[in-house]
Design a protein around this ligand. Structure first.
Ligand SMILES: [Zn+2]
Length: 221
């Protein structure tokens, strides 16, 4: 909202603006006109003003502009400041756009490492849960793909987490750099799990299965 709209909306009257300029207004809403040599109050002031002597008329902004010899915009800005009305100045003076915080390589690594750790831990939780929940009860029973996934991946994920927890920085950097793709894949896998479609993954064998690093149960079936 620009300053004119802001003042219009605030409902500031010519009377309020004139009083702010030091004009005395009598009970009848009349004032001595400051715009001509007026002896008796000949200006009627309310939401707008009109002088019966010289014919000056207008609203709050007109009054202040004429009184101080300002342009309308300046007068409006002055009223806004006098009466504490906030507005947006469309011409410039916008707050400068926020600068993106530049991360140092250390901060970037830290961030990536945290994500790596979080994703792998979440995955490990799932695997442990699956290993319990989907364990076959009889020897003839076909193994649930999630149970297979748990069997195959659990130790491997534990091993990666161990590195993140205990290995020296250089090894952790290597892991985070080398397993970024895989971590993303695991993250997607976890999202599927969260969406409740974990079981279906077992069917699309080969689709997502880059052998060696494959995370999906699909590789197992
Ligand atoms: Zn007048």
């Amino acid at each position: 909202m620009d300053v004119f709209e802001a003042i219009r909306e605030s409902g500031i009257t010519a009377r309020q603006a004139a009083e702010r300029c030091g004009i005395k207004i009598n009970r009848g809403g009349m004032a001595v006109c400051p715009f001509h040599k007026d002896k008796n109050p000949s200006m009627k002031i309310d939401s707008r003003y009109y002088c019966f002597g010289c014919g000056e008329k207008g609203d709050a902004i007109d009054f202040v502009a004429k009184f101080y010899g300002l342009g309308k915009k300046e007068a409006a800005v002055q009223i806004a400041s006098d009466f504490g009305i906030s507005f947006e100045d469309k011409r410039g003076r916008k707050p400068p756009p926020k600068r993106k915080r530049r991360l140092s390589p250390e901060q970037r690594f830290e961030r990536a490492e945290k994500k790596c750790f979080r994703v792998l831990s979440d995955y490990l939780c799932r695997l442990r849960e699956w290993k319990e929940r989907y364990a076959p009860h009889t020897a003839e029973e076909e193994w649930n793909p999630l149970f297979c996934e748990a069997l195959e991946k659990k130790e491997y994920i534990e091993y990666l987490l161990d590195i993140l927890l205990y290995a020296p920085l250089s090894e952790r950097v290597e892991l985070v750099a080398g397993y970024g793709e895989e971590v993303l894949r695991i993250e997607r896998r976890l999202e599927q799990c969260a969406a409740g479609t974990e079981g279906s993954i077992g069917k699309d064998n080969g689709q997502d299965g880059e052998s060696g690093t494959g995370i999906t149960a699909g590789n197992m079936v």
